[in-house]
Design a protein. Structure first.
Lengths: 263, 808
C-alpha cells in the first residue's frame, strides 16, 4: 500500500469540499478499494472516508412508499432494516461474507459498478433513483458499463430510493472462488410491468433482459421464462468459471427461479 | 473401551491451546535486531531474455540497503534437486540449473529477477518499482505435448529439449503388456487430466536470515517441513556453509501440504544476503507471491488402458503420463510422477502386468512438486476411474468388479517393485457398505428425482505407499538422500522426558500423539513428556515430515530410543534393588522385581542416573539419554474404500456433495481423534480438487487463477459431515508400532469417488459422458450433459472412446 492522507468528514458538505482536491478519492466501506490499494493497484493522495457522515446513513420510507437508503448504509444494516422490501434485504444479506457486509455500503457498491456486484441488479430491477449531492439519477441512466457510472468526479451517492414492487426475488448463482455472482437475476413485478435485471453475466455489467420483461409483464410465470430462448451469448463474460453460452443459459435458469421465488 | 491415556486414547491437542489463543510462534513473528526487509522483483512474463536490469534509480531511494541481481550470485550454486531419474534409454534426466535469481532468462511468471533489501518492507517495495528491466519476450511453453514436439521453443537453451526424462516402469514388462492388451477380451481406455493445484497453506512462506561475524554462524528461520533437509541442501549445494556453521529453525508452521518441503531460492537468498550485509534479512511472502512462487502440485495428462479377460479379471494396466515439472526441478519433483506414482499402479488389485511410462516436461510455469499425496493421488485417480468406466462398459457392479480383482494374500509382491505387507481390502469395502446404506440408494435417488435433481453414488478403493522410506531402496531409485528418521530421548533427573525428534509438526499434532507412545511404554502421564522439534541446533539429524512418515518412521525412532532408555533404566533399577536385570519389570511407571514385593518408582531410578551415589558405574555411564535412528525396511501401505454421494442440478450443472464416507486401514492408531482430523482434512482437499480447485495458465503463460478471486478454495459449507472409520486395522508388520500413516489418505482416496458419483448421477439421466476432467465445475458438468445428450454409449466393441466432455 502506498502512503496516503485520510480525512473523515462528519458532514456531506465537508466531504464534497474535500473531494474537490486533486487526487482525492471517496472511501465507502472500502471492501473493493482497500484490497486494491493493498496490492498497490491503486494510488491516491487523499482518501475521503464517508463513514463518519450520519446524514447519509440509515433507512426510511418516503411519502411515495419508497424505501430510502442512505449511501453510507452498510449491507448488514440493509439486511436487517429494509423490512419493507424483503427481496432487497435478502440481496444485502447474501453479499460477500460478514466482514464485507459489516463494512461495505450500498453507495460504494453502486458507485463502483462491478459487473458482478449484487446491488446494481437490485437497483436496476427496482427502477431505483440514485440521489447524489448534486442531483437525482434514474437507475436506467446510472449504469454505463463495467466500473462506469453516470457519477461525475467527486459526486457522492447520498441516498438510493427503491420503489417497492408487488413481487420480487433475487436469485444468485455464485462463482465458486470469489463467491460473487457468476450470474444473478433480480426480478421485480410492478403494477405497470415487470423489470428483470441481470448481473455477473455481461462484460458491460448489469443489464435489462428485455425479452423476459416483456414476456413476464403479460404472464408472470416460470413457464413464460421457460418458453424464451436464452439471451445472446455475445457480450457475455467468458472466463475460467464459465463461457458466454453457459452464462446466457444461467440467465434464463436464474430468471425462472427468481420468478418462482417471487410468485 | 476408549482409553483415557496412552496409545489409542484421544487427548485434546496440547498445541491447540497456543494456536487458538494467538500464542503460536510463527516465522513471521520472529524479528531480529537490526533486521532489514527484502522484496523480490518477479517476472511478469512467462518467458524471455533479460536484456538489462537498471537499478541505478532504485539504489538511490530512501532506505535501500542493497539491490541484488544474479551477478551477485556468481559462484553460488543453483537450488539442488534431491532425486535423479534414469530414462528408458539409460540416460539420466536432464537437470537444468535453478539459479537463486534469474540468470539471463526468466522462465515463469513469478521468477525472481532482483532482490531489494531495505530498512523497511515499504521502502523495499518502492525501490523495487523503480527498477527498470528490459526483457525480450520469448514464446511461452505451456502445453506439455507441444513442448516435447520437434522444434518446440526450449525453456532451457542448454538442454537438448524440454523432455526432462522418459521413464518406463517396469521396462521389461512393456512387450508383455502390449501382448496382454491384444489378447484381452475387453480394454477400457481413458484419457484424463489430473488438475494442477496450488497448496495454499494458511501461512505464506517466510524466511529470516541472520549471520554473526564473530563466530561465522548463519541462521535461517524458515517455514519448512524439514529444517535438517534445508540445512543439508542449502549448506552443501548452494551456499557452501558447513553444517556446524549453519542452523535452520522451523518454528510453528501454519500448514505445509508438501509445498513447504522444498528448498526455495528465497531461503538461500536471505541466508546469503544476511552474511553479505552482516545484517538480518527478512522476507514474508505476500499471498499473491505465494500463488506464483510456492511449488504447485499434480498436473498430469494421462492415458490409461485396462485389459480384462472374459471373466473380468484384470490382465494388464498400461499408462502413459505427461508430468509437468514447471520451469525448474524442485527438490522432490522428479520422484513424484515416478517412484511415488508408478509403484502404486497395481492398486488393490492382482493385475499381473503393469507398464507405466512417464514423460516429465519442462514448461514456463511455476515448478511442480509434491502436494498432499504426491503421485499416489494421480495413480489412484486414473486407476479407480478406469475401473469404474470398465464396470459401466461391461454392465457390471463396480464394487463386484473391484472385489473380483482384490489382492487377498499377503505379503503380496506387486509387478511394480513394491511388496505390500498387510491389508484386507474386503474388510474396508464391507465396512464402507455398512456405512453408506447402499441398498437405500435407489430410494434416495428417486427422492432426488422428485425434486428435479440427479443423484449419483461413487465408490472406489485406494492404496498408498507411506512411511517414506527405506533408504537403501530409494537410493537405488535415484534418491540423493537417506529417508530415515531420528529421535533423542532425554530423561531428566526428576523423571520428566524431552523427546527431540527430526519430524516436524505443522498441523499433525505431534506434540500430543508422540508423548502418548512414550507414556504408554513407561507407564507415566503424558504431561511428563515434552516434544522438541524444528531446530537443527537441538534435534538430531532428521529428514522431516511428508509422505505420512512422521509416526511410522519418526515414531519408530522414538520407540527405539525409548526402548534403549528403558533397558538402561532397568539396569540401574536392578543394581539398586540388588536383583537380576532379567527379573526387572517396568509397569505403570514402577520397577518391580519378579516374585518379590520390591519396587522403585520411575523417578527414583532417573534420579539415580544423575546422582549416581549408588550406581553401577563400572558397567554403565551415568545419565539417561538415548538417540535412535530408524530406517524402515519397507514402505507402509494404508488402504481403504471411499464413497461419495452427490446431487447434480441438471439445469446448472452444480454438484452438491451429500455424503462422504471413508473406511481406512491405517494399522494401529495412536490418537483416533487426530487421525479422524487428518482424514477430514484430506477429504476436504480431495473434494476441493475434484470440484473446485484449478490452477490455470493461459497460452501466454499468465497465471489465470492468481488469487482467491479465481482459485476456488473449498470452504466448510461445501461439505457434509464426513463419516470416517479406521476400525479395519491390519497392523504394519515391519515397524515396532504397527502403524501405517494417515496424513495423505483422504486426499488420495477421495477424488475418484466424487467424479465416479457425478458420472453416475449423469448416467441416471442417460448422459453417458465417459469422463469429465477435474474440477467438475458447474459449467463443465452442464456442458458435458448438453454435449453428450441422449443415451449414446461411450463404448464400441469393447474399445471405448471418450465423449466430447472428455476434452473439456
Amino acid at each position: 500500500m502506498y502512503n496516503f492522507e485520510l480525512v473523515k468528514p462528519s458532514t456531506l458538505q465537508d466531504a464534497v469540499a474535500a473531494l474537490k482536491s486533486e487526487d482525492a478519492q471517496a472511501l465507502g466501506g472500502g471492501q473493493t478499494l482497500l484490497p486494491t490499494m493493498k496490492a498497490r493497484l491503486a494510488m491516491t493522495e487523499q482518501l475521503v472516508a464517508l463513514s463518519g457522515i450520519d446524514e447519509i446513513k440509515g433507512i426510511c420510507t418516503d411519502d411515495d412508499g419508497r424505501i430510502c437508503i442512505g449511501g453510507a448504509t452498510t449491507h448488514t444494516a440493509v439486511a436487517e432494516g429494509a423490512t419493507g422490501y424483503p427481496a432487497l434485504a435478502s440481496l444485502a444479506a447474501r453479499i460477500g461474507d460478514p466482514a464485507v457486509r459489516n463494512r461495505g455500503t450500498i453507495g460504494g457498491s453502486l458507485a463502483n459498478n462491478d459487473p458482478s456486484a449484487c446491488y446494481p441488479a437490485g437497483a436496476l430491477a427496482s427502477n431505483a433513483t440514485i440521489v447524489t449531492n448534486a442531483r437525482e439519477i434514474d437507475a436506467d441512466d446510472f449504469f454505463r458499463g463495467m466500473f462506469e457510472t453516470a457519477l461525475d468526479e467527486g459526486e457522492i451517492i447520498t441516498e438510493v430510493k427503491f420503489p417497492v414492487p408487488e413481487k420480487a426475488a433475487y436469485e444468485k448463482f455464485i462463482q465458486p472462488a470469489s463467491r460473487f455472482p457468476l450470474v444473478a437475476v433480480f426480478v421485480a413485478k410492478f403494477s405497470d410491468g415487470v423489470r428483470v435485471a441481470v448481473t455477473g453475466a455481461a462484460s458491460d455489467g448489469v443489464f435489462h433482459w428485455s425479452e423476459a420483461e416483456e414476456a413476464l409483464s403479460s404472464d408472470f410465470s416460470e413457464d413464460a421464462v421457460k418458453s424464451l430462448t436464452a439471451p445472446d451469448a455475445v457480450g457475455m463474460i467468458s472466463d475460467l468459471h464459465g463461457d458466454g453460452t453457459y452464462r446466457a443459459h444461467l440467465v434464463k435458469v436464474m430468471t425462472a427461479r427468481a420468478v418462482k421465488a417471487a410468485v | 473401551m476408549p482409553k483415557d491415556t496412552g496409545i489409542g486414547a484421544s487427548p485434546k491437542r496440547r498445541e491447540d491451546v497456543r494456536f487458538l489463543t494467538g500464542k503460536g510462534r510463527y516465522t513471521d513473528d520472529i524479528n531480529v535486531a537490526g533486521q532489514t526487509h527484502v522484496v523480490f522483483l518477479r517476472s511478469d512474463v512467462a518467458h524471455g531474455t533479460i536484456k538489462s536490469i537498471d537499478i541505478a534509480a532504485a539504489e538511490a531511494m530512501d532506505g535501500v540497503v542493497r539491490i541484488f541481481t544474479s551477478k551477485d550470485f556468481e559462484g553460488v550454486g543453483g537450488i539442488p534437486c534431491g532425486w535423479q531419474i534414469t530414462s528408458r534409454d539409460g540416460n539420466v534426466m536432464q537437470e537444468p540449473k535453478h539459479p537463486v535469481l534469474a540468470e539471463g532468462k526468466v522462465r515463469h511468471v513469478g521468477d525472481p529477477i532482483a532482490a531489494v533489501v531495505a530498512e523497511t518492507e515499504s521502502q523495499a517495495r518502492d525501490a523495487m518499482e523503480a527498477i527498470v528491466v528490459e526483457i525480450d519476450e520469448l514464446p511461452a511453453v505451456i502445453d506439455m505435448k507441444k513442448a516435447v514436439a520437434e522444434g518446440a521453443t526450449k525453456v532451457h537453451d542448454e538442454l537438448d529439449s524440454n523432455l526432462c526424462y522418459d521413464w518406463g516402469f517396469v521396462e521389461e514388462n512393456r512387450d508383455a503388456v502390449e501382448q496382454a492388451m491384444k489378447d484381452a477380451a475387453h480394454v477400457t481406455t481413458l484419457e484424463l487430466v489430473n488438475n494442477r493445484l496450488i497448496a495454499n497453506p494458511m501461512e505464506p512462506r517466510v524466511a529470516v536470515g541472520d549471520y554473526t561475524s564473530h563466530d561465522g554462524q548463519s541462521t535461517l528461520y524458515t517455514t519448512s517441513q524439514n529444517p535438517h533437509v534445508i540445512r543439508l541442501l542449502m549448506g552443501a549445494f548452494v551456499l557452501n556453509i558447513p553444517e556446524h556453521k549453519l542452523r535452520v529453525v522451523a518454528p510453528d508452521v501454519g500448514g505445509g501440504f508438501g509445498t513447504k518441503i522444498f528448498h526455495y531460492a528465497e531461503e538461500a537468498f536471505c541466508t546469503f544476503a544476511a552474511k553479505a550485509l552482516e545484517r538480518p534479512v527478512k522476507w514474508t511472502s505476500t499471498r499473491s507471491e505465494a500463488f506464483m512462487s510456492d511449488a504447485h502440485g499434480r498436473d498430469h495428462v494421462t492415458k490409461i488402458e485396462l485389459a480384462l479377460d472374459a471373466d473380468h479379471n484384470f490382465t494388464a494396466v498400461r499408462t502413459e503420463t505427461y508430468a509437468n515439472m514447471g520451469a525448474y526441478l524442485s527438490t522432490f519433483a522428479p520422484s513424484v510422477p515416478t517412484w511415488l506414482h508408478g509403484t502404486l499402479m497395481a492398486g488393490n488389485y492382482k493385475t499381473p502386468l503393469v507398464y507405466v511410462n512417464v514423460k516429465a516436461v519442462f514448461t514456463t510455469t511455476v515448478p511442480v512438486d509434491a502436494y498432499r499425496g504426491a503421485g499416489r493421488p494421480e495413480a489412484t485417480f486414473q486407476l479407480e476411474r478406469v475401473i469404474d468406466k470398465a464396470a459401466r462398459e461391461l454392465g457390471v457392479d463396480p464394487v463386484e468388479l473391484r472385489r473380483r480383482n482384490f489382492i487377498r494374500e499377503f505379503p503380496y509382491q506387486t509387478p511394480v517393485a513394491v511388496e505390500y505387507d498387510t491389508g484386507d481390502y474386503d474388510a474396508t469395502m464391507d465396512k464402507l457398505l455398512t456405512m453408506i446404506d447402499r441398498d437405500g440408494f435407489e430410494a434416495r435417488r428417486k427422492d432426488s428425482e422428485s425434486r428435479g435433481k440427479l443423484r449419483g453414488l461413487g465408490i472406489n478403493c485406494y492404496i498408498e505407499a507411506c512411511g517414506i522410506a527405506p533408504s537403501k531402496l530409494v537410493g537405488q531409485l535415484g534418491a540423493r538422500a537417506g529417508l530415515y528418521e531420528s529421535a533423542t530421548v532425554r530423561v531428566n533427573a526428576t523423571g520428566g522426558l524431552v523427546v527431540m525428534t527430526g519430524s516436524h509438526s505443522h498441523g499433525q499434532g505431534h506434540e500430543t500423539s508422540f508423548p502418548q507412545v512414550v507414556a504408554d511404554m513407561i507407564g507415566i502421564p503424558e504431561d511428563q513428556i515434552e516434544i522438541v522439534h524444528g531446530d537443527t541446533a537441538n534435534t538430531p539429524m532428521g529428514m522431516g515430515t511428508y509422505g505420512s512418515r512422521s509416526l511410522a518412521v519418526g515414531g519408530s525412532a522414538i520407540f527405539r530410543a525409548t526402548e534403549k532408555i528403558i533397558a538402561k533404566a532397568k539396569k540401574i533399577a536392578a543394581h539398586i534393588m540388588e536383583a537380576a536385570e532379567g527379573d526387572i519389570e517396568l509397569k505403570d511407571g514402577k520397577f518391580t522385581v519378579a516374585g518379590t514385593d520390591k519396587e522403585l518408582a520411575w523417578g527414583d531410578v532417573t534420579l539415580a542416573a544423575y546422582v549416581p551415589h549408588n550406581y553401577p558405574l563400572e558397567d554403565i555411564e551415568p545419565g539417561l539419554e538415548e538417540t535412535a535412528f530408524y530406517d524402515p525396511n519397507n514402505f507402509t501401505y494404508p488402504s481403504g474404500a471411499y464413497a461419495c454421494e452427490v446431487e447434480v442440478d441438471p439445469e446448472t450443472g452444480k454438484v452438491d456433495v451429500l455424503s462422504f464416507a471413508a473406511a481406512d486401514d491405517f494399522g494401529n492408531v495412536i490418537n483416533p481423534m487426530i487421525v479422524e482430523g487428518q482424514v477430514h482434512g484430506g477429504i476436504a482437499q480431495g473434494i476441493g480438487q475434484a470440484l473446485l480447485e484449478n490452477c490455470a495458465y493461459d497460452e501466454d503463460g499468465q497465471l489465470l487463477s492468481a488469487s482467491y478471486m479465481d482459485y476456488a478454495m473449498p470452504r466448510a459449507h461445501d461439505f457434509p459431515m464426513f463419516q470416517v472409520d479406521h476400525s479395519c486395522a491390519t497392523p504394519c508388520t515391519h515397524n515396532p508400532l504397527g502403524v501405517k500413516g494417515c496424513g495423505e489418505a483422504g486426499a488420495i482416496g477421495s477424488p475418484p469417488s466424487v467424479v465416479n458419483a457425478v458420472l453416475d448421477a449423469l448416467a441416471s439421466a442417460g448422459h453417458d459422458v465417459g469422463h469429465i476432467n477435474m474440477p467438475l465445475t458447474p459449467a463443465k458438468v452442464w456442458a458435458a450433459m448438453n454435449n453428450a445428450g441422449g443415451t449414446g454409449s461411450g463404448t464400441a466393441h469393447g474399445r471405448s472412446v471418450d465423449g466430447p466432455a472428455a476434452k473439456i
